[in-house]
Design a protein around this ligand. Sequence first.
Ligand code: ARG
Length: 599
Amino acid sequence: MKPLVEQLSRRVRQAILQMGADGDPLVQAAQDPKFGDYQSNCAMGLAKKLGKKPRDVAAAIVERLDIDDMCEPPEIAGPGFINLRLKPAFVIRCLEAIPPCADPQEDRVGVDRASVPETVVIDLSSPNLAKEMHVGHLRSTVIGDCVARVLEFEGHTVHRENHVGDWGTQFGMLLAHLRSVKPEVVDQPDSLVISDLESFYIEAKGRFDSDEDFKRKSRETVVALQGGDPTTHRLWMAFCVESSRHCHAIYDRLGVRLVDRGESFYTDLMPEVIARLEAMRETRNDGLVRVSEGALCLFMEGFKTRQGEPLPLIVRKSDGGYNYATSDLATIIHRVEQLKATRIIYVVGLAQKQHFDMIFAAARQAGWVAEHVSLVHLGFGSMLAATGRPFKTREGASVKLKDLLDEAVARARNVVERAALDQTRPERSFSEDQIEQIAERVGLAAVKYFDLSHSMSSDYRFDLDTMLNLEGNTAPYMLYAYARIRSIGRKAGVDFTTLPGDAPIILEHPAEVDLAKKLLQFAETLDVVGRELRPNVLTDYLYELAKVFSRFYDRKLGVRVIDASPDNVRVSRLRLCDITARVLRLGLHLLGIKTVEQM
Ligand code: ARG
């Protein structure tokens, strides 16, 4: 199925063209169901262009609108809104066209792939390998993974790039320390195990700050590493492999797939970046590339200091060294020219907004990025402690991401155990293993869902009580909603997968119609998430769907399901249950959340 908004837009556009005009049909879901399901707001803009009254333009569009198979006769409201209400017969046809689910892994619940598949690079997570992953890495990892899942689902080729910090002066200190405490690593790099990376870093830093001789050694080690000295390189490799192993333990636990391609990968490309820019300095006369105070700089149009002076982007420091900007210009060249990406998404905190604004402008003004290639900084706000302060330990250190996840799982376990003790629900008696597994899933789901459900640019407070609440827009509520529908199937004695795929859908009760229409909004929701990269649009949709479903299943407000009669009505309602469960499962999967069958 194509998103309904898209189908309706096409029809409205045809009507506009038939008037001899052109313009965006501006179709969107209606704010208030009183006015229909969708509305087109194009008449106002067109009227201005054509010098006519908006309501007359709306009437002219409606007159030419061929939409009889999808909608009731359109209505014109207010200044010239065109209100569209779907016909139940059309809704039924769309739902009946959703094929049964043969394999949950492959289930698309009737959603089409994108018609033009792209190659997308997502730069996500990207911790510094010198240290342990901390809470600050959660957002990029979770948001990047969700965006990657949605774009992959849409049929795009996605490269998930973990731009780890594996290069730079701090490695001199770490490797010098490593060499002195574990000299055997030089000959047996595979033997290296550092159980606590954080204290290893602190030890090394302590020596660096207090011991002149060690400081000198550290500096020599950086030079040796950059000069390609084989022994230093082996030590470096061993350290990075070990540190990356720590990260991947967390990625595995979170179900996040990605490929490490850190800063060191770009060391060969950075001289190339500089060479290209040096050439431009000589051949171009627009002053983009200039030397200022010994540093090689780019001066892009549109960037000024507070004093109104041109703002430089330094790409080679006066001491000849490269910096963060140089390596990110290299990432653009690699991703555009080697990976052939047409969409490059950097999932990095908003604190780096200016950095990305500048390197994107630089790459474009240097002519390295064709117009059809999009560069996106998907910036996000900070995750704060529940108190609203920065997330730190009592001593002021970073909180390890692993500790945060462990705590969420431990707290989720309380919730699950309490539910398991609920005597009124005999279905919920779990073994110790089951409790463990459910708690792990619920805990991680709570953390991810809470993160993704916030609008990306705002800060939020990490509040376990709220995120583990069984009521509201939370993971436990969503997981429970899914498990509940699955239990309806069990109680009805049907295996949803064997419901006849050709059994008719019957929509009589308003609660059935509402549920059916909500289900059809899934495709257009994903479309928005894929275009605008806003996971909270998906969480909001899933939450609304769960609420509409609970009205459908409500004793008073809704319909009977398990004991509905006649049988064709019962089967139709069970099919609605099945499709709802599948949309919830798929939607949660795209958020990176695994469902549970019972909870
Ligand atoms: N390692 C960097 C940091 O911790 C994030 C890297 C983001 N990706 C990039 N291509 N700059 O700040």
